[in-house]
Write a protein that binds this ligand. Sequence first.
Ligand SMILES: *Cc1c(COP(=O)(O)O)cnc(C)c1O
Length: 491
Amino acid sequence: MKYISTRGNNQQLTSAEAIIKGLADDGGLFVPDSMPQVDMRFIDDLQQLSYQERAVKVLSLFLTDYTGEEIKGCVERAYGDNKFDDSAVAPVNFLHDTSVLELWHGPTSAFKDMALQLLPQLLSTALKKTKAKNEVLILVATSGDTGKAALEGFRDVPQTKIMVFYPDSGVSRIQRLQMVTQQGANVAVTAVKGNFDDAQSGVKAIFNDQSFNSGLNQQGVALSSANSINWGRLVPQIVYYFSAYADMLKAGRIKSGDQVAFVVPTGNFGDILAGFYAKLMGLPVKKLVCASNSNNVLTDFLNTGVYDRNREFFKTISPSMDILISSNLERLLYHMTEDSSKVAGWMKELSETGRYDVGAEVLAKIKKIFAADWSDDAATKEAIAREYEQEKYVLDPHTAVAWNAYSKLSDKSNVIIVSTASPYKFNESVLSALGKSIDGKSEFELLDDLAALNSFDIPDGLGKLKNSEVRHNAVVEKNAMPEAVKKFALK
Ligand SMILES: *Cc1c(COP(=O)(O)O)cnc(C)c1O
């Protein structure tokens, strides 16, 4: 299998090359040039397998240039070794009325771990396979969650280093502690004076500085990002759609061949797109429901065919979905049209005017598979309160957005709600939604308050923070970021 650009230059890469490169030369995203197909026998057989074994089976269909042993090694290092606090890795929790696919049992208690545990392994193996001599330095600007998940994923992975910049004013105390206590011999964490935009524009400027990059290249270091458009971040996510279906079968909630629906809290369109790939491969999926917060650009797109980012940006209580440009949508447009010149045209319009219209025909095709809905913060909090009342299950605000979309569906049969974060990561919003007082309490007191209501214990990674050693104290001005990168790169 080869990987090609959504925008149609004639590059044809192996999966290892696509994972190293990240983005195609024409600015497009890499997609597989054909779609592997599975039958019900393949799916039925997954029931008896562990998550790791399921992952090897699904990944092997896409990473055809990796050996079976290589894939197995990557998967074991990513998901084995008690890195996840549930042996099922991505368990389906069967409540009375609903089934919840919990994607937050990893080291940082959120869905990004599912991909960011595996991507570094795939990348490191790709470097070895392609006999690349250089070291890869991953640069990340973070407003919180992605930085920590990337640090955990890349720590001590051969031939890689990772440096994370976070705004010194702009992450919560727990988020800061999660990063500054990070362990590993190949990691650096640095605060930037300013806000998230300062950190992000600083990192972008470093990527775009050609003489800076070629200077590092000469010293054997190549910069890269752990961006969510990398194929190596998307492909791990296909696995859990198959895994959830197999768990539904095993629990007797469905029969082999029954169609299921997934409701997915969505921001950059990566999680739900993986569900779309699973459907293209033959998983019986009747609907993928895209759930957004007040930044409902995708709801409008999936209902009208017009993508328009020219709108107010809202900061919500589900911050990981506060996005106005959903990069991975480009892949959907490619698969729906198989017309890379059309896709390139829309992406050009998006960058020039902030808007494009895919027209009635493409929209009709999309609507056969996707539905969309959105919730504002008030409705999100109501969902948290309602679900706690009904099932004593505590939702995080991202999952609650999906829950609301689910509760409005007319056909509620065989629905799987995708849950993307542990509620402990969002104590304040969750406790206030449940009518508890949060005034004057420290984040650690809030963890304890939530533990009194939640049937899950405080995740290790959060609970032990109070007493962990601080290992990263650096603070820099924005204009000193390149110097800091150089120093760490050549260390
Ligand atoms: C990143 C994230 C999402 C959105 O996923 P996309 O792949 O960007 O659509 C939803 N919930 C949480 C908790 C996240 O971290």
